[in-house]
Write a new protein. Structure first.
Length: 200
């Protein structure tokens, strides 16, 4: 299982000084994926994270601004689980406008999209000329309450849905992942899609 070590920082100064994970790829495409990176650190109370997703202007579906519109948009994603049974697991899908599709699920693809992450998520996003960024923080106490931290290890999935075409709410998405989990079909909702985030 792939592992990404993140450090404890008390005096954060710049994301440029934070360890960066950038070995994302298209598991189901032959071409090279657009560059995606994930950085993270933690302090006494929170994990702080940042995605940088490169490409042309991101395609985002907006009608009534509901969280379900994130499903039809360019986005980055974090999944959490406590064990391989994935009963339950928790998902945060975040688009370039800072909207969050948060939900709980059980294997296989049994989604509870009425569920909400049990704290107010502080998400910031910015669309730049060559990329977009999504930053946020997640409470360590909430992760502990959900049973997601075990010996300073967090089982995590890191993904990106790269939207290459959008007509109305019909989005053409190419799926990018940190872990190449060798499934035949594009699907992040499987046990082999996860790695380890190690608090060190």
């Amino acid at each position: 299982m792939k592992k990404f070590l993140i450090k404890k920082l008390i005096d954060f100064t710049s994301w440029e000084k934070v360890t960066k994970l950038d070995d994302f790829s298209y598991p189901w495409q032959s071409e090279k994926s657009p560059v995606t990176s994930f950085s993270a650190y933690y302090d006494e109370n929170h994990i702080y994270f940042r995605f940088v997703a490169y490409g042309s202007k991101p395609l985002v579906y907006i009608e009534d601004n509901s969280k379900l519109e994130v499903m039809h948009s360019e986005r980055v994603e974090i999944f959490f689980r406590s064990n391989q049974k994935m009963s339950p697991y928790y998902c945060l899908e975040m688009d370039p406008h800072g909207r969050v599709l948060d939900y709980r699920a059980n294997l296989y693809r049994k989604f509870d999209r009425d569920w909400q992450w049990p704290e107010s998520l502080s998400i910031k996003s910015k669309i730049n000329e060559e990329n977009y960024t999504v930053e946020g923080k997640i409470s360590l106490s909430i992760l502990n309450e959900l049973g997601l931290i075990n010996n300073n290890n967090i089982q995590i999935g890191l993904f990106r849905g790269h939207c290459t075409n959008l007509v109305g709410k019909v989005a053409l998405l190419k799926w990018i992942s940190w872990v190449d989990f060798k499934t035949q079909d594009a699907d992040f909702h499987v046990p082999s899609a996860f790695g380890i985030l190690k608090l060190c």
